[in-house]
Ligand binder design. Structure first.
Ligand code: ATP
Ligand code: MG
Length: 425
């Protein structure tokens, strides 16, 4: 036998027992964004490499070591999108959706990063995100956070996640702070780990969220960004805090929270769970007023977030939230005996179109035992049996599969109503 080809490491198949979970989560995400009036945007999975380099920043984990970049047949350098914001801004600029307009958008789809695969971290993963353009005020920041809080309620995990927020100020304020931080880090260079030493000049703010314990201890004495903020930035942040307080959303201000991407200013935030080990960030985002201009558009304020769907599914699964998901099949129709097959197929079709039921028809024949086994395996709530007797008398045998009820013969006329009663109960 020849060797089977396997899927690429870190890229997962989503098998039928899992797709039902994904569909449930995706429906909850769609409902939530829909209830806020946001509109969906879909962009290609592949973009010019330069887009991500410019948007995300050359000195970031993503661009330095995580992108799937390859040469197209005509020599262009292309990259599988590692995140959704750069593409959304590119599309917005290209189609004139952003300047002087207000857009509240959402997207969902696969992203690609060449990271070390582990629980909650994959090479193809899926993000759901929202992006708001044309609104520079803190109420927009508050709205996307309220939307995420609403989402946790919808998923039933509001007591499993906590919110951390911070402000990075304007780019000028950040530049002044950066100088002070670099000066501090230079004094303690010997105590920094290798990564932090490398980052201290190229992207010093990233040193703040270093995972190295020694570095974290050292940072207790580092200058604080808050001290470098001007009035406007402070005001923006305090309005956000007031709106969150008024909405009853709890949060912790974490002055070390800087986020991995270069493009953020003012508000940054993360929703974190303790139930997934070290891959605990389930949703992250912030304000990025400079990016639209940086990608060649006219300056447009923007705020958004992205959430990793794998982590949400994992979290919900860990908590047993999928245990009671409906099977997706209402009735399983069996045909037994001469001339019953076409009648069974016609009955199935009638129940689908007239009663709106989810109906699976048995295929492949076989005796009663075999057909009942299949009926059970399908997850259907009831089996419908058409044998030669039923055919002659114009009735169908209805056999409940998940409840104690007795099986009964029901006339064709009353069948739809009987089934709807049974299934709704
Ligand atoms: P992390 O610190 O976990 O690497 P990140 O800062 O790189 O996250 P973002 O780029 O902000 O993450 O992406 C937003 C969300 O997407 C993350 O909070 C996480 O839920 C999810 N995510 C990011 N990378 C992966 C991945 N490789 N596999 C699965 N989910 C991911
Ligand atoms: Mg990452």
């Amino acid at each position: 036998m020849s060797k089977q080809i396997q899927a690429i490491r870190g890229m997962n198949d989503c098998l039928p027992q899992d797709t039902v979970k994904w569909q449930w989560v995706e429906a909850a995400l769609r409902d939530t964004v829909g209830s806020f009036g946001y509109q969906e945007i879909r962009t290609p999975i592949v973009e010019m490499t330069g887009l991500f380099k410019r948007a995300i920043g050359e000195v970031t984990d993503i661009v330095e070591k995580e992108m799937y970049t390859f040469e197209d047949r005509n020599g262009d350098s292309l990259t599988l999108r590692p995140e959704g914001t750069a593409s959304t801004v590119r599309a917005g600029n290209q189609h004139g959706l952003l300047y002087n307009q207000e857009q509240r958008l959402w997207y969902m789809g696969p992203m690609f990063r060449h990271e070390r695969p582990q629980k909650g971290r994959y090479r193809q993963f899926h993000q759901f995100g929202v992006e708001v353009y044309g609104l520079g005020s803190a109420d927009a920041d508050a709205e996307v956070l309220m939307m995420s809080a609403q989402l946790w309620k919808r998923l039933g995990i509001e007591d499993q996640v906590r919110l951390e927020i911070n402000t990075l100020g304007s780019s000028d304020e950040r530049a002044a702070y950066r100088d002070a931080l670099v000066a501090f880090l230079e004094q303690h260079k010997a105590q920094l780990d290798e990564d932090s030493q490398r980052r201290m000049y190229s992207n010093p703010l990233r040193v703040l969220d270093s995972k190295d314990q020694g570095v974290q201890a050292l940072l207790a004495d580092a200058p604080a960004l808050m001290d470098y903020l001007g009035e406007e930035s402070k005001q923006h942040f305090s309005v956000l805090c007031e709106l969150l307080d008024a909405a009853g959303i709890e949060y912790r201000v974490n002055p070390r929270l800087v986020r991995g991407l270069d493009y953020y200013n003012h508000t940054v935030f993360e929703w974190i769970t303790e139930s997934l080990g070290s891959q605990g960030t389930v949703l992250a985002g912030g304000r990025y007023d400079g990016l639209v201009g940086q990608l060649g558009g006219k300056d447009t304020p923007a705020v958004g977030f992205a959430s990793g769907i794998e982590r949400l599914v994992l979290l919900l699964d860990t908590l047993g939230k999928f245990d009671a998901l409906p099977s997706g099949v209402d009735c399983y129709v069996c045909a037994m005996g001469q001339g019953t097959l076409s009648s069974a197929m016609a009955l199935s079709q009638q129940l689908r179109s007239e009663a709106g039921l989810k109906v699976m028809t048995h295929c492949g024949g076989g005796n009663f035992k075999k057909q009942m086994k299949r009926a059970d395996k399908s997850g259907a709530l009831v089996a419908l049996i058409i044998g030669e007797d039923e055919l002659q008398q114009g009735v169908v045998t209805v056999k409940p599969l998940r409840t104690e009820g007795e099986q009964a013969q029901v006339s064709r006329d009353e069948l739809a109503a009987t089934l709807l009663n049974l299934i709704k109960a």
